[in-house]
Design a protein around this ligand. Structure first.
Ligand SMILES: NC(=O)C1=CN([C@@H]2O[C@H](COP(=O)(O)OP(=O)(O)OC[C@H]3O[C@@H](n4cnc5c(N)ncnc54)[C@H](O)[C@@H]3O)[C@@H](O)[C@H]2O)C=CC1
Ligand SMILES: O=C(O)[C@@H]1CCC=N1
Length: 282
């Protein structure tokens, strides 16, 4: 079987399908539409009427409650359902799946399971993150051996508007990607919340506290990205001996926050492995 991907074009309508029309699907298709892909080239399968209405209103995309025969003509099918519902969602699509390349964003679900459920080896896994909504995403990618260069290029074309892309060689590395950049925005928001709350407790107006916290994270991230030195050196430059930062970092170290944070990330990695066992075996 050849899985050589057809480029997205109006020659095959629809060219691109999404199974599941929630947060991640919206982030990806929103970026594509913003970059000029006509909504008519996109079909979404989404069982919930409310979600279908939102997709039509926000993006002008027609969503169907179930997959139609047209799905068989799509160059790429993006799987954006929860790991828990993947097998169930795949069953009615299997008969239509053979000619398309399939891209899953589901956490944990192994490509081997997806290939088995869909009856095709043309499977790529991606682990995006929600900053994709503003074109600042970080996505890890893994392709099964049988996916050729044209298939990889098609995936890159579809995900390019979401931000940065990174191919990994081993599928197991996607669990680490999931635990870092996939779940990572939640960790950052958690620290932004804590910083904002502290600011309010110190007497700042909430809007000012929010602005100071968010801009500190964006500024420090931009500096870390631009600098040639590692973050430890950048941190040392902020930390005057006996000064305010020293007091704060000493308090973090006394509470073992770095070790706790690392163990939280390992818990996410472990959960990705568990999802594979719980929901990938069907
Ligand atoms: N939210 C995030 O930050 C990230 C999520 N992911 C992955 O993306 C996937 C989707 O997550 P979200 O978009 O956040 O979830 P979501 O709940 O917003 O979207 C899932 C959509 O699938 C629909 N759905 C349920 N059963 C279906 C079926 N049988 N056929 C078609 N559609 C069906 C739901 O109605 C819902 O709209 C998950 O597997 C998750 O692991 C990956 C990276 C980041
Ligand atoms: O929490 C989750 O399972 C998904 C995968 C990465 C981000 N959200």
């Amino acid at each position: 079987m050849s899985n050589s991907a057809t480029p997205l074009s109006a020659a095959a309508l629809p060219a691109l399908a999404f199974i599941g029309g929630g947060n991640m699907a919206s982030a990806i298709l929103g970026g594509l539409i913003q970059q000029g892909l006509p909504p008519a080239l996109i079909e979404v399968v989404e069982p919930f009427e409310e979600a279908r209405a939102r997709l039509a209103q926000e993006f002008g995309v027609t969503a169907q409650p179930a997959a139609s025969q047209a799905l068989a003509r799509c160059a790429l099918v993006v799987w954006a359902v929860k790991p828990q519902t993947f097998a169930e969602a795949a069953a009615p699509v299997r008969a239509l799946a053979g000619q398309s390349l399939h891209l899953s964003v589901a956490a944990g679900i192994p490509s081997e399971s997806i290939a088995r459920w869909l009856g095709t080896e043309a499977v790529v896994r991606a682990m995006p993150n929600t900053p994709a909504l503003v074109g600042k995403g970080m996505t890890g990618l893994f392709a099964r051996n049988q996916v050729d260069a044209a298939g990889r290029a098609l995936v890159e074309q579809v995900l390019a508007p979401t931000g940065h892309l990174l191919w990994v060689d081993q599928e197991a590395a996607l669990d680490a990607v999931t635990a870092m950049s996939g779940s990572g925005p939640a960790y950052v928001f958690y620290f932004i919340e804590a910083m904002t709350e502290a600011g309010i407790e110190m007497g700042l107006p909430p809007t000012q506290a929010h602005q100071l916290a968010v801009r500190t994270f964006t500024g420090a991230s931009a500096l870390a990205e631009a600098a040639s030195e590692p973050p430890s050196v950048l941190r040392a430059r902020v930390t005057s001996k006996g000064g305010t930062t020293y007091a704060a970092i000493s308090s973090l170290e006394a509470a073992d926050v770095k070790a706790q944070f690392k163990s939280a990330i390992r818990a996410a990695e472990q959960r990705a492995r568990e999802l594979a066992v719980e929901f990938g075996k069907a």
